[in-house]
Design a protein around this ligand. Structure first.
Ligand SMILES: [Zn+2]
Length: 244
């Protein structure tokens, strides 16, 4: 069968991650199921298989190419002290806007990791990811991942914001990735996982003005905005459909 990443005829794995392993470790419940928020059921529900998919990737693409990106992203998110040259500082401006400035983060590795997640949502045939359909962008992004080419800063940028400091809001959840439009009318996809909100911007010509200041850039800097309580609550309500 044909691997969806390298496009070669190979034996495909019976189980490939759609969501990288480490991103849902906090979602694990005691019975080893996972918890996700589904728009239609409007409730939390345990799932056992939706994070994996059979017959999409070969061993080399999954266990080598994608795993390397995942290992790097894991270290950046949970263990950045172990990466030489990475500096993470919390900052605040005079308007009270808070963010975490991450410096020394490898542009290519982190960006391709983020894109690989979006791409897997798109290729998945699981109901849970049905709102993600990248159309012609799916092939462009596949090539970027396979050729290790993260493109320009404004090619499919992904903003990351956090509400993890609001510990009373639920974060052991993954939302269904949704398609929507930004304030300029450009197509975006947003998924909320473990207290982080990831937004992928597809239409390059309709990006929000602030985007180049916050997404990972070629100086290896990334700004993770800390959402104020009211914005964080709105996001949980909108994407998780939870009445918080
Ligand atoms: Zn492959």
């Amino acid at each position: 069968m044909k691997c969806k990443l390298c496009l070669q005829d190979k034996d495909l794995l019976k189980k490939s991650h759609i969501v990288p392993n480490f991103l849902y470790k906090e979602l694990r419940e005691k019975d080893n199921s996972f918890v996700k928020a589904n728009l239609e059921k409007l409730t939390k529900q345990p799932v056992y298989t939706g994070f994996f998919e059979p017959n999409i990737l070969c061993q080399t693409c999954d266990n080598e190419l994608l795993s390397k990106l995942e290992e790097y992203a894991y270290k950046i998110i949970y263990d950045s002290k172990k990466i030489k040259g990475v500096k993470i500082v919390n900052e605040i401006n005079s308007h009270g806007v808070e963010w975490t400035m991450c410096r020394g983060v490898d542009y290519t590795k982190l960006k391709l990791f983020l894109l690989s997640m979006l791409w897997r949502f798109s290729i998945s045939s699981n109901e849970f990811y049905k709102f993600v359909d990248l159309g012609k962008h799916e092939e462009i992004i596949r090539k970027m991942i396979f050729e290790n080419n993260a493109g320009d800063v404004l090619d499919y940028p992904c903003s990351i914001s956090s509400y993890r400091k609001h510990t009373d809001l639920p974060f052991k959840l993954m939302s269904q990735p949704l398609r929507h439009r930004n304030e300029n009318g450009g197509i975006c996809y947003t998924v909320v996982m473990q207290g982080f909100c990831y937004t992928f911007y597809i239409s390059r010509e309709l990006l929000p003005d602030i985007i180049s200041e916050i997404v990972i850039n070629k100086n290896n800097e990334l700004k993770v905005i800390h959402l104020p309580k009211d914005s964080a609550t709105k996001i949980v309500r909108k994407y998780m459909r939870l009445n918080v």
